[in-house]
Unconditional design. Structure first.
Ligand code: GLA
Length: 700
């Protein structure tokens, strides 16, 4: 007997037909009521010259039932039980969640498929658990979450990247075949962000139907989108397990990471709106409800050259500029004079800090700032006391010499002694010093990640989460930033335990425009670390005026990363100006609804945030404009009948090169109604390449 499960949220429905296995019939716009003929009207024909039975594209497709694309589960028992076919055993559900228990009595496996639809945000969560119910061990190769999509989802948007170039996007046709991403780097990675979008042809920021996906996992993953030869299509995501990584004894279980997904009929804006709402309500746990403090991070200012007196001078000047949290980056611990040594020796370098760290921290606190410290706990340098004492604490494979990365190795967190050492060192730092914030870095990939010779990325990732969890339990008020050579570990699961991401080591404002835009599809601005760097960017040698740098950093969780002592009075004044502007709009930026506007000219990046009362829109001219005159800025996200005060709150400070005469309104406040703003828009000045302006709208 077939049954229907109807999950409902504020705006969406997911309708699942439950026969031998559960299968999605609809996932998208709200369906008011289930028609009695729904099952009949969705019955599929059977095509000539193929299997004689209909094969459902279920929530866990099976090879053994005739699904010839990627199965949801793979594994074996010494070569047997490798093609399980499941049958529904039990179902529990309400309007927002369903749990399907399935069994295969031949292969002796049980599956628990959990699907939840968050009422407020319309975000779906799905995970699968497999249990071995035989007395013979089962070697699991794969357990992924599958969600099917309608046939008009025929265009893909995927992510790629590398160090200093995170969150880059590409479009692919999605008519035949598919897309597959395998991440084997042992961390979320710059290269393979675990997310993608599928939508109706040409979907854009503001237009089209889109389904968005993100796997919350910080280790290896596999993410794919496939179109079957019969036109049915699906997205599948799960942990990528190395050969022999997971063995289940009788009664043991493996649980997949959560797959997060949502639907929008207002383009990518509807997707990011929903992910942000979900993340704000369910993932981020700030210890207190304070405003996100403006940072100064010492890295690009002084690198490894630590002199306490000088750092205190930096702190004084930082506070004068309006900085609220001062972070000492790499270089503070014993023997850390460069990147080749000392990771693992988490004791203060008393040669650099003969009077201890306390005077610096006290000084920072006296300036009214919180103090933060950089750590990279999972790592060890070959040239370190820790490595000399415990070379066997490294994740490695006996008999092989693995390559180092940044001259360092990864510690085996599943080794209990190593785990306790790290917990004790971090706990000691947090107990001894008044530290409000850790920047937790992770600067290399996992190569030959063996624990007692066995593959261990799964175990390492779980142990890492446990290290975070135990520390946070002991120090609940401390905030943590997830950094991994910039944006190498950005995902929802690490965000359950952290409070900010270092989006990229690239502080080049032009590059940041693309990086931050890509990141903004999933993560709200308050967790996106964005810093004003020096005029000449350290990672690209490109130069930008302060307008471009200030505006770009302003819309995230803002900071500065340079040596204020060495900057001119004029630059310092400008930093203070952008910090002040950020603080003025910080509440709006960090709680409002973020959106992006489809630009008429691809040389512009236009994005904003609004809360019903106010709106802030940034127009960034990335490159030479396409036409001599820019298209008017048409603002869609407003109430049509309301009246708004519109004014420019930030413009390039240098003289304009491409514009002879500016529109008069730039120096005035306009009063415009919602429909005028949406249908006619306001003219913009001709911006020179790599400059930006900010418009503020206030409902009257
Ligand atoms: C990584 C981080 C940087 C900085 C350095 C310090 O590269 O991404 O922000 O902290 O390490 O070594």
């Amino acid at each position: 007997m077939q049954k229907i499960v109807h999950l409902k949220s504020k705006k969406h429905s997911m309708i699942i037909k439950v026969g031998r296995v559960p299968e999605i019939l609809h996932w998208g716009a709200n369906i008011a009521k289930i028609d009695p003929d729904l099952i009949l009207s969705t019955e599929r024909p059977i095509s000539q010259a193929r299997l004689d039975v209909d094969v459902p594209l279920s929530l866990c497709p099976e090879l053994g039932s005739g699904h010839f694309n990627a199965p949801g589960i793979e594994g074996h028992r010494h070569g047997e039980d490798w093609a399980p076919v499941f049958e529904m055993k039990a179902l529990t559900c309400d309007e927002q969640s369903a749990s399907f228990t399935l069994e295969d009595t031949v292969a002796k496996l049980e599956l628990l498929i959990e699907v939840k639809l968050d009422f407020n945000s319309d975000v779906v969560q799905k995970r699968i658990t497999v249990k071995n119910v035989a007395d013979k061990e089962y070697c699991l190769g794969k357990l992924s979450s599958t969600l099917s999509l309608p046939n008009h989802a025929n265009e893909l948007m995927t992510f790629h990247g590398r160090w200093c170039h995170e969150f880059q996007t590409q479009r692919l046709s999605f008519e035949h075949g598919g897309f597959m991403q395998e991440n084997r780097r042992g961390r979320t990675s710059h290269e393979n962000f675990p997310g993608l979008f599928v939508g109706s042809k040409g979907f854009s920021e503001q237009v089209g139907q889109v389904w968005g996906f993100h796997l919350g996992w910080s280790g290896n993953h596999q993410l794919r989108a496939d179109v079957r030869s019969d036109g049915r299509r699906f997205v599948q995501a799960g942990e990528l397990l190395l050969s022999g990584e997971v063995h289940l004894k009788e009664g043991e279980e493996y649980q997949s990471p959560w797959l997060y997904a949502t639907y929008s009929n207002t383009g990518l804006n509807g997707i990011s709106e929903r992910f942000h709402e979900f993340v704000r309500a369910n993932i981020i746990k700030f210890p207190t409800k304070k405003a996100r403090p403006v940072h100064l991070n010492t890295w690009e200012g002084i690198y490894f050259d630590h002199k306490p007196e000088y750092i205190m001078q930096m702190a004084t000047e930082a506070a004068e500029m309006g900085v609220e949290r001062f972070i000492i980056d790499d270089g503070w611990f014993i023997g850390r004079d460069g990147e080749r040594a000392a990771l693992g020796d988490w004791y203060l370098d008393e040669k650099k800090y003969p009077n201890g760290l306390e005077p610096v921290i006290n000084h920072v606190n006296e300036q009214g700032m919180e103090f933060g410290l950089w750590v990279e706990p999972e790592m060890v340098s070959e040239d370190s006391n820790l490595y000399r004492q415990h070379p066997d604490w490294v994740l490695s494979l006996p008999g092989y010499q693995q390559p180092s990365g940044r001259w360092q190795y990864v510690l085996d967190l599943q080794n209990p002694d190593c785990f306790s050492y790290l917990f004790d060192r971090l706990n000691d730092l947090l107990t001894r010093y008044n530290i409000g914030y850790f920047k937790w870095d992770m600067n290399r990939e996992l190569v030959q990640p063996g624990h007692h010779g066995k593959p261990a990325v799964h175990g390492q990732t779980k142990a890492l989460y446990r290290l975070f969890d135990e520390l946070r339990l002991a120090h609940p008020d401390v905030e943590i930033e997830s950094c991994s050579s910039g944006g190498g570990r950005i995902d929802f699961e690490i965000l359950q335990r952290t409070h900010r991401f270092w989006a990229s080591d690239c502080n080049d404002a032009l590059e940041r425009q693309a990086i931050q835009r890509g990141m903004s599809y999933f993560f709200p601005p308050e967790v996106m670390g964005a810093h004003i760097g020096p005029a000449e960017c350290h990672s690209t040698n490109r130069r930008h005026a302060i307008n471009m740098r200030g505006v770009t950093a302003l819309s995230g969780h803002m900071g500065v990363e340079l040596d204020p002592v060495k900057e001119s009075a004029e630059e310092k004044q400008a930093f203070a100006h952008y910090i002040q502007l950020h603080k003025q709009y910080r509440d709006l930026l960090h709680s409002g609804r973020s959106f992006r506007i489809d630009p008429a000219d691809q040389s512009q990046n236009i994005y904003g945030v609004e809360n019903g009362e106010e709106m802030l829109i940034t127009v960034c001219q990335l490159a030479m404009p396409n036409h001599a005159l820019p298209a008017p800025l048409r603002v869609r996200c407003v109430e049509k009948e309301a009246t708004y005060e519109v004014k420019i709150v930030e413009m390039p400070h240098t003289s304009f090169q491409l514009m002879k005469q500016r529109p008069q309104w730039l120096d005035q406040t306009l009063t415009l109604s919602g429909d005028n703003l949406e249908e006619i828009g306001v003219t913009l000045p001709i911006l020179d390449p790599e400059s930006a302006l900010i418009v503020h709208l206030k409902k009257m």
